[in-house]
Ligand binder design. Structure first.
Ligand code: LLP
Length: 443
């Protein structure tokens, strides 16, 4: 009998065609999520390789062959995900020396990487200079002498782009807005001229571009255009601002739907910016994170029980805010679905974890068919800022992560062990104080 066509996840929640109902259960590509939960346990992050590839190609096609697409490593920094992004032609957007270490650990080239951050440490700067990354995104004056000294020590000029703060309200959650004047990021346009002059005074520094990143989860094209126009006005103010500039890094921030609508139309962002860039001979750099991996991942969790308190029905699950902190931190709403659709009329429930905080919820006021202990739920659109923000709070092991490719499954990260979690807290074998724990060190 021919297999019935896959049915997408509830239309409103459809985040990615790679997650669909086949044979009455939710699958990632050709693999049943229930089988993965059985094999690897829960909570479990499951990623679709095809979904990542598709989104990367969407961005690359939109911005064209002249653009440099840097995947924002922070969104999902698993080494396997980084390899996948590299295979699809991406460079990398870094914000720490640790993220650079990840590229090295994954055996990936660093030449196409850019490095932003308001407070880079000297060792991070030295490592990125040694790695000869494409450019640094400079955002604080104190970085300039550090960068110049690292360049002098390495005997090479350091390429820098100046991160500007154009004071644009991108309309995102306050915690993920970065382009307003009260945010710590970038350099205000009225101070940028001084920074450009300071860069030009340093023989070991070379100004190659400007950078703007307005925030995350942007839903419209306008902020990108307004920011560009403000930067263009600044650059036009003096030939010194324009000399040698070849890159315009418009940042990331491309929003996704989270079950409420379509993702940002990146082709429209490109259509608005490319002619403006071409007119100045500037090459576009983009730094998407969420757009590339958010819809490509789900967090699988098993129902531990049900509880009713006052008017609220709680579905208690084995994933928690330590596994996915976005709902607690940003009031983010992720669609939730049962992996095997249940019978019975849907009820309004709060899906909560075992962590001892009232903010430990994965979804509030969501509609689900009655759930019983043992049922599996999928928290959708959890591929970005899920695993990469996971913690050990309440001494919970961080979840395993798997990547699906058609009918193949790769374990990208084992579930953390308690031994690994405690390893750095153990008394050193040679100097430990067994009674009190901890390592005795000279003050
Ligand atoms: N470039 C820079 C300089 C950034 O700071 C960020 C994100 C990105 C690119 C990528 O932004 P995306 O394309 O992923 O929106 N944890 C929050 C998001 C924090 C974003 C921080 N910066 C969340 O879960 O919503």
């Amino acid at each position: 009998m021919a297999e019935p066509d896959p049915v997408p996840v509830a239309p409103a929640a459809a985040s990615s065609t790679e997650f669909s109902f086949r044979g009455g259960q939710l699958c990632c590509e050709a693999v049943a999520l229930a089988a993965l939960a059985q094999r690897f346990g829960t909570p479990l992050y499951v990623y679709s390789g095809a979904a990542m590839d598709r989104r990367l190609q969407t961005v690359r096609t939109a911005f064209g062959p002249g653009a440099h697409v840097c995947y924002a490593v922070k969104a999902n920094s698993n080494l396997g995900v980084l390899r996948r992004m590299h295979a699809g032609g991406a460079g990398f957007d870094l914000v720490s020396g640790g993220e650079l270490e990840r590229l090295c650990a994954a055996g990936l080239p660093t030449a196409g990487a850019v490095f932003a951050g308001v407070a880079k440490e000297p060792w991070e700067i030295a490592a990125a200079v040694a790695a000869d990354i494409l450019f640094f995104n400079v955002e604080s004056p104190h970085e300039l002498p550090l960068l110049a000294a690292a360049g002098a020590a390495a005997g090479r000029r350091v390429r820098v782009a100046l991160r500007l703060n154009p004071d644009v309200d991108a309309g995102t959650h306050a915690y993920i807005s970065t382009g307003k004047k009260e945010n710590k990021f970038g350099v205000a346009l009225d101070r940028a001229g001084e920074l450009v002059a300071a860069i030009r005074r340093e023989p070991w520094l070379q100004l190659v571009g400007y950078h703007v990143h307005l925030g995350s989860q942007l839903q419209s094209v306008d902020p990108y255009v307004v920011a560009f126009e403000r930067v263009a006005t600044f650059v036009a103010a003096s030939p010194l601002h324009a000399e040698g500039v070849t890159y315009y890094d418009l940042g990331g921030g491309f929003g996704i739907g989270y079950g409420k609508g379509p993702a940002l139309d990146v082709a429209a962002v490109a259509a608005a910016l490319l002619p403006r860039l071409a007119a100045r001979g500037w090459r576009p750099v983009v730094e998407p994170g969420r757009f590339l991996v958010g819809d490509a991942g789900v967090l699988l969790t098993r129902v531990l029980g049900n509880k009713r308190q006052g008017e609220t029905r709680f579905v208690l699950v084995d994933a928690a805010m330590n596994d996915l902190v976005r709902p607690a931190l940003y009031q983010a709403e992720h669609p939730v679905t049962r992996v095997v659709p249940g019978a019975g009329s849907p009820q309004t429930v709060d899906v909560v974890g075992p962590v001892c905080e009232t903010s430990d919820f994965l979804a509030r006021r969501c509609l689900l068919p009655p759930c019983e202990r043992g049922d599996l739920l999928a928290i959708l659109a959890a591929g970005a800022y899920g695993a990469s923000m996971a913690s050990n709070y309440n001494t919970r092991r961080r979840p395993a992560e798997v990547l699906v490719d058609g009918d193949q499954v790769r374990l990208l990260r084992r579930r953390e062990t308690f031994a690994a979690m405690f390893a750095d807290e153990m008394p050193a074998a040679d100097g430990g104080d067994g009674a009190d724990g901890g390592e005795v060190v000279d003050a």
